[in-house]
Design a protein around this ligand. Structure first.
Ligand code: GDP
Ligand code: MG
Length: 194
C-alpha cells in the first residue's frame, strides 16, 4: 500500500511524519528537540565504518516522539541511517503524510548521500511531500551550497524544497516540520477540490 495523508485508524487531525537521511545528519537530535514526550529510541553502538566515523552510537530500528503543531498531533518517526537497516525506513514510511530527508553537509560527498535517499524513496517522493533539510551547514568543512542541492534535485526530476537546518535548534526543527505540514494540507485540499 502506498503512503496516505492521514493515519487511517485515527482522527483526521493526526499526521505521521518520517525522518530519513544519512548517519549523523541529526534525525535523532531533531526528534528529541521537538518531542513533547520522552522519545522512544533504539540507539546502539554503530558497526558500519561510515557510521563509526561519524559517531559511536546509532539508531538501529526507530525513534518515536510526538509534537502538536497547527492543530495537528504529529507522530514523529526517526529511521536508521546505516544502509543495512534501510528496510526499517521503508516500513516506517507506510502511512506517513510527509518526509524530512536530512543530509549532513559535512559528509565527504553529500550529493551522493542525497542521491541514495532520493532513489531509495523514489516511489514515496513521487506521491508525498518532502523537505530536504541540510544540517551541519555551519561546520568549517562545509563545501556544498544549498543552491547545489537545489540544482541536483531539479536535474533529477525532484521538486522538494531545500532548507538549511541545525537539528539541535528546536525553533529551526519546528520551522521545517511546519512547512512540511502546510504542504501536506495544501496537497490534501487540492485532492479534495478535484
Ligand atoms: N554542528 C552541528 N551539529 C549538528 C547539527 N545537527 C545535528 N548535529 C549533531 O550531530 C550529531 C549527530 O546527530 P544524530 O541526531 O545522532 O544523527 P542521526 O544519525 O541522523 O540520528 C549530534 O551530536 C548532534 O548534536 C548541525 O546542524 N550542526
Ligand atoms: Mg539516529
Amino acid at each position: 500500500m502506498g503512503a496516505v495523508w492521514m493515519m487511517s485508524n485515527e482522527s483526521p487531525n493526526v499526521l505521521k511524519i518520517v525522518f530519513v537521511g544519512n548517519v549523523g545528519s541529526g534525525k535523532t537530535t531533531c526528534i528529541n528537540a521537538i518531542s513533547e514526550v520522552p522519545v522512544v529510541g533504539t540507539e546502539v553502538k554503530a558497526r558500519e565504518a561510515e557510521a563509526l566515523r561519524r559517531k559511536p552510537s546509532t539508531t538501529v530500528a526507530m525513534e518515536y516522539g510526538i509534537v502538536h503543531l497547527n492543530g495537528f498531533k504529529l507522530h514523529l518517526y526517526g529511521t536508521p541511517g546505516q544502509r543495512r537497516f534501510s528496510f526499517m525506513a521503508n516500513l516506517l514510511c507506510n502511512g506517513s503524510g510527509g518526509m524530512v530527508v536530512m543530509i549532513d553537509n559535512g559528509h565527504a560527498n553529500p550529493l551522493v548521500e542525497l542521491d541514495y535517499f532520493l532513489q531509495f524513496h523514489k516511489d514515496y517522493l513521487n506521491k508525498c511531500p518532502a523537505i530536504i533539510a541540510i544540517t551541519h551547514y555551519d561546520d568549517n568543512n562545509t563545501k556544498t551550497l544549498l543552491i547545489e542541492y537545489h540544482q541536483y534535485l531539479c536535474e533529477h526530476g525532484f521538486s522538494c524544497p531545500v532548507m538549511r537546518l541545525d537539528a539541535r535548534e528546536k525553533a529551526e526543527v519546528l520551522r521545517v516540520v511546519d512547512k512540511l505540514v502546510l504542504e501536506i494540507l495544501r496537497r490534501k485540499a487540492h485532492v479534495l477540490s478535484n
